[in-house]
Design a protein around this ligand. Structure first.
Ligand code: ATP
Ligand code: MG
Length: 258
């Protein structure tokens, strides 16, 4: 079931470059948290520290703690692969496995993680595609390649793939930035449904999107070029967009920035 995230004192590096500095925040289960802030302030980097993807980058290093309920994801003996199963991720560009069928794309994570009977697999794939609001559009062509879908459909396919393994947290890095407005709304509606079951963190450059989909919003910023990104404030989305505590947040959301 969806779990609470509690980050404390988190910094991340690329080699000797510190990209984000000393971030602490909590994310409540079954909620949507939006990350906003100017390009280069470390939103994607921070997101990737939440499922131990950051360390996959050569030179990638993390200091601090990420608790998922009562487990420190950076504790000794924690398997990063298991973490990535628990904390799933959807990327900016839809990235279905191009040579695989729609069915196999959704089943891919399950096949890696264990052995399922054919009928079980069929049920989970159907449930996941329904969960991603894609089932009706693809149910008659499950054996066709995933790459034959539209961009918006491919992104929903990637969401189906991510939720098929029943993660507790879903991280999304600008999941709509490559999509048209209709597909974007479809994904936003879907996020509203998914938060009933998952804890969702989404990075977006679209202020209206942050306001529409999220319960809480975190604003990140850079003190100066070359400095690490910092969390400026996190609060109820309504408050961030109406009456933020910090002037820099106000300037950013009202477009009076830099
Ligand atoms: N693979 C990498 N190697 C070295 N430095 C990197 C790498 N990826 C990101 N950085 C640096 O880390 C900092 C934060 O980058 P990050 O991509 O997290 O920012 P962002 O807020 O997601 O930006 P955007 O809004 O443009 O996506 C930047 O200074 C960036 O140049
Ligand atoms: Mg980014």
């Amino acid at each position: 079931m969806a779990k609470r995230i509690d980050v404390s004192g988190l910094s991340a590096y690329y080699g000797s470059h510190k990209a984000i500095d000393d971030i602490s925040m909590t994310v409540e289960p079954r909620s949507v948290t939006a990350f906003i802030g100017p390009s280069g302030c470390g939103k994607s980097t921070f997101l990737r520290t939440l499922n131990r993807m950051h360390e996959v980058t050569p030179g990638g290093r993390v200091e601090g703690k990420v608790m998922l309920d009562d487990e420190n994801l950076y504790g000794s003996g924690v398997d990063p692969v298991a973490v990535r199963r628990t904390v799933g991720m959807v990327f900016q560009r839809p990235n279905p496995f191009p040579t695989m069928s729609i069915f196999d794309n959704v089943a891919a994570g399950l096949r890696l993680n264990g052995s399922y009977k054919k009928s079980e697999l069929k049920d989970i794939v159907e449930r996941s595609l329904k969960g991603a609001n894609l089932w009706n559009e693809v149910k008659d062509r499950l054996n066709k390649p995933g790459s034959g879908l539209s961009g918006g459909q491919q992104q929903r396919l990637c969401i189906a793939r991510a939720i098929a393994v029943e993660p507790q947290v879903l991280l999304m890095d600008e999941p709509c930035s490559a999509l048209d407005p209709i597909s974007t709304l479809a994904i936003e509606d879907l996020i509203g449904e998914l938060k009933e079951r998952f804890t969702i963190v989404i990075v977006t450059h679209n202020m209206q999107q942050a306001a529409r989909v999220s319960d809480r919003t975190a604003f990140f910023n850079l003190a100066a070029v070359g400095q690490p990104g910092k969390l400026v404030e996190i609060d109820e989305t309504e408050r961030i967009f109406s009456n933020p505590s910090v002037q820099a947040t106000e300037d950013y959301i009202s477009g009076r920035f830099g």
